[in-house]
Design a binder for this molecule. Structure first.
Ligand code: GAL
Length: 663
């Protein structure tokens, strides 16, 4: 078996801890840190993320002494270490001596040191220096008893437009498009006289007088993700050569635009995420659920929440704290959705630097505080859930999500820049969440045959092969729903010719003629054909039924707004507008009926209550402000309290039950 989270959870149960930055503290503090960690039930800390300058204070020097002592101390206390390669933030000397390692923005301006993350992903000097350090780090700590996982870099997301990047981009384009003719064809450079006559002319998209070629921009997005991934791989391979049995990870950032995580996840042993739900957003818990489901799907099983906060962050413009009980609720939500690790940024609040007002597991006020007591209580209760580690969250519904579609559909020069694929994904996710229906996410190329229902709310880019696979999925008995402005462009952002959505027309039984964005403040009246009205906004389409049945129409024209098409042994739906949330909820009900899918409970949970089954445990989480009584199927025992329940449980506001059920 290849290394993975199971190596960490074996004998430890769920992982609990945080980013530990001992280099910010005198050594006397370390002993207290480790004592407090033990008392809080911490079993894993991430060490060294930003320690490059401390380890290599000048080029080629090495100071590992302090790290030896920290790791020995942690090993002695039985706290495992997720040891970071400190390459996310090079020391000032790198940029000072080798300014070409610094990233350059679209306007040609260099970004300087003095903050963090200042490197060009394509810089050979950066790569060489980083790998030299990683080689020494791996050599030194391979076999150290504290080492449990490698954490490569941090939150990969750098973008650079420099000349070195341009060269690397050209090499990437050669591999993708072959020769210049291939590039000119794919990018449609005949438009606006953009024809390239030599490779040297080809550049990353830089600041230009007007709209930049959309295919160039799409390829650059792909390239940026791949360039960072190449760097991740280079570090990973060094680590793997030294420690083949130690799992390797890096931390994702949910729906993050600068890396295509479907391609990344396949390259690491453990999928980890950093998530900071906004306490000011009343739907943050549903967004978090969606993000957790993305991580579980990327991992194909258990994943780890690498960073969350116990209270406020310091990087929004106005940083609301979390009310008592909130971080516990959020953390248990991640467990319910497949997380085997619950870690925080950071262990001890920094006194200095840019993050001194970020909350921490040990606040400035010290351990004798409400927050730290909550931390300890959470560590203790996670031990009661040890048995869920490694278990799965079964889902019969998949939401299709794809980075290239996100990128290409949020460019300029479209019929509207108000369509937001991630927001549409969320709006379709919401009714499933409300009904306690578990959902996986999947790229369009995934094998979807295991799902009863597949929903693609916003799939602008669609290759003919993926469209054919979706068609076969329906013919074989699946239920598919497709949102508007989907199947519009091929992988080079070229519009599929003919009525839309061209590659899906046959399965959807529709013939689209015009995209018709609506005035922004307009509520577009629509009607279900079997009775009842709803509104839509921002976007409509002129679509004819060609085999499909209109299920809803635009009230003013009578043209179809939602269509249903039995096809082979399955059913395909097309939604030619952005229905209001209540209409999306009604639609989800119809889709679930077609697909024969039900939720975790016999009926929908009370409003604000999340219901999700993970392995043998039914998790119920109350995100509302009032107590909620939730009917449950059969007798059960709450793993968090030990209490028996039968028929129903009552959850306090922010209350959680982890019910070991018999079914
Ligand atoms: C993350 C980062 C951490 C810390 C945290 C603060 O993006 O990985 O190092 O900065 O945010 O919320």
């Amino acid at each position: 078996m290849s290394p993975g989270l199971h190596d960490l959870t074996r004998g430890r149960g769920l992982l609990f801890g945080g980013d530990y930055n001992p280099e910010q503290w005198p050594e006397e503090v370390w002993a207290e840190d480790v004592r407090l960690m033990k008392e809080a039930g911490v079993n894993l800390v991430t060490v060294g993320v930003f320690s490059w300058a401390r380890i290599e204070p000048e080029p080629g020097a090495r100071d590992f002494g302090w790290l030896d002592r920290v790791l020995d101390l942690l090993a002695g206390a039985g706290v495992a270490v997720d040891l970071a390669t400190p390459t996310a933030s090079p020391p000032p000397w790198l940029g000072h001596r080798w300014p070409q390692t610094l990233p350059v923005d679209e306007s040609g301006h260099r970004l300087w040191y003095g903050s963090r993350n200042q490197f060009c992903p394509s810089s050979p000097v950066y790569r060489e220096r980083a790998l030299a350090l990683v080689t020494d780090l791996a050599g030194r700590y391979a076999g150290h008893p504290a080492l449990a996982m490698w954490h490569v870099g941090n939150e990969y997301g750098q973008v650079c437009h420099c000349d070195t990047t341009a060269e690397a981009f050209r090499a990437w384009l050669r591999a993708r498009h072959g020769d210049l003719d291939g590039l000119n064809e794919a990018w449609g450079t005949v438009v606006w006289s953009q024809l390239y006559s030599s490779w040297e002319e080809v550049l990353p998209p830089r600041r230009a007088p007007y709209l930049v070629n959309p295919a160039q921009r799409l390829d650059f997005r792909r390239f940026c993700s791949d360039a960072l991934l190449a760097h991740f791989r280079a570090e990973r391979d060094v680590l793997r050569a030294h420690t083949p049995d130690i799992p390797i990870t890096t931390n994702f950032m949910g729906f993050f635009p600068h890396a295509d995580y479907w391609s990344w996840a396949a390259e690491e042993d453990v999928v980890c995420d950093d998530l900071y739900p906004d306490p000011a957003d009343p739907r943050s818990h549903v967004r978090a659920a969606l993000t957790h489901d993305l991580m579980r799907s990327l991992a194909g099983g258990p994943w780890m929440l690498m960073e969350q906060s116990v209270s406020a962050v310091n990087w929004r413009s106005h940083n609301l704290p979390k009310p008592p009980g909130r971080f516990r609720l959020e953390s248990l939500q991640a467990v319910a959705r497949g997380a085997d690790g619950l870690c925080f940024f950071q262990w001890r609040a920094s006194r200095t630097g840019a993050e001194r007002f970020h909350s921490a597991m040990v606040p400035h006020a010290g351990p004798d505080t409400r927050l730290h007591r909550e931390v300890r209580a959470h560590g203790a209760e996670l031990r009661a859930l040890a048995g869920v580690a490694g278990t799965r969250v079964p889902a019969r519904v998949a939401l299709v999500f794809d980075w290239p579609s996100w990128w290409a559909a949020t460019e300029r020069g479209l019929p509207s820049d108000r369509l937001d694929p991630v927001e549409e994904l969320f709006r379709y996710y919401l009714p499933f969440w409300e009904r306690g229906v578990s959902v996986d996410l999947a790229p369009p190329s995934a094998d979807l045959s295991g799902y009863a229902l597949v929903v693609a709310p916003a799939l602008f880019v669609l290759g003919d092969d993926d469209a054919a696979a979706l068609t076969s999925y329906v013919r074989a008995g699946g239920t598919l729903a497709v949102g508007p402005f989907s199947g519009v462009a091929d992988r080079d952002a070229r519009v599929h010719p003919g009525p839309f959505p061209a590659p899906l027309r046959e399965v959807l039984g529709v013939r689209g003629e015009e995209w018709l964005p609506a005035p922004e403040d307009r509520q577009v009246p629509c009607a279900w054909t079997d009775g009842g009205a709803f509104t839509a906004r921002l976007w409509t389409e002129l679509v004819r039924a060609e085999g499909a049945e209109p299920v809803a129409v635009f009230a003013e024209t009578g043209d179809p707004a939602v269509l249903r098409h039995p096809c082979g042994a399955g059913v395909a739906w097309y939604v030619a507008t952005l229905p209001a949330d209540d209409a999306v909820a009604a639609l989800a009900g119809r889709l679930l009926a077609d697909a024969g899918v039900t939720g975790a409970l016999p009926g929908p949970p009370p409003p604000g209550v999340e219901a999700v089954r993970r392995g043998p445990v039914l998790f119920l989480l109350n995100h509302g402000d009032t107590a909620a009584r939730v009917p449950i199927p059969g007798p059960a025992r709450d793993l968090l309290t030990g209490a028996a329940a039968d028929g129903a449980v009552t959850l306090a506001p922010q209350g959680v039950a982890a019910l070991q059920t018999e079914s």
